[in-house]
Design a protein. Structure first.
Length: 211
């Protein structure tokens, strides 16, 4: 980062102090500023747009930031005047001191210094972003669940195939004197009783929609 860009960024932040229990952002509300934490702790949580049974929460400490949706919005050249919506709820756990960068200031810096849109910078930003880390974790979990379901389905199909082949290998032929001849297996023809092979217990069909 060159000195000119660093000077431009350093002119933007405004120091801000918030008390315990203060909400900096609420999920779904417009994001009009980005916060860089200097002192204190905040809770950063999300329900993934109200998804049932989903809740993710991390604590933010000095050196962390939040409101990163605004940076993504500022770096998009065709972004409209409509501010982005917050994907997370941020609440102060203690007294918190932050540097605040307003939306208009961040947009100005992004317009003046177009190399901020480089892929390298965007990847670095996503690496440190809790929003992108949560998305990555959700993607990995979904892929793993799909893999487990596919593997279970293949195992069940294989087991059913083996059972079916086993059952089909025994054919029963009724003879005149009441004896049963078991084809493919050694049968005791001297027995007066009719031998019947019990059918194997068949597993219930799995419900792949269960987690």
């Amino acid at each position: 980062m060159d000195d000119q860009l660093l000077d431009a960024i350093c002119e933007c932040p405004v120091s801000f102090l918030s008390t315990e229990g203060t909400y900096a952002f609420r999920e779904g509300d417009p994001v009009n500023e980005m916060l860089f934490i200097i002192r204190g702790q905040l809770e950063n949580s999300t329900t993934n747009d109200g998804r049932s049974g989903f809740f993710n929460s991390v604590n933010l400490r000095p050196g962390d930031f939040c409101g990163e949706e605004l940076l993504t919005w500022a770096l998009v050249t065709n972004s409209t005047l409509n501010l982005p919506s917050s994907t997370r709820t941020v609440r102060s756990l203690t007294e918190v001191e932050t540097f605040v960068v307003r939306a208009e200031d961040l947009k100005f810096v992004a317009v003046q210094f177009k190399h901020l849109r480089s892929k390298k910078l965007q990847h670095a930003f996503r690496y440190h972003s809790h929003q992108w880390r949560t998305r990555g974790a959700c993607f990995i979990q979904a892929a793993w669940r799909r893999y487990k379901k596919m593997r279970l389905a293949k195992e069940l199909v294989l087991q059913e195939s083996l059972y079916t082949n086993w059952e089909n290998s025994f054919t029963y032929q009724q003879v005149d004197d009441g004896l049963c001849d078991v084809t493919g297996e050694v049968a005791d023809t001297s027995s007066s009783s009719c031998l019947k092979m019990p059918k194997l217990f068949k597993l219930d069909e799995p419900d792949f929609f269960l987690e």
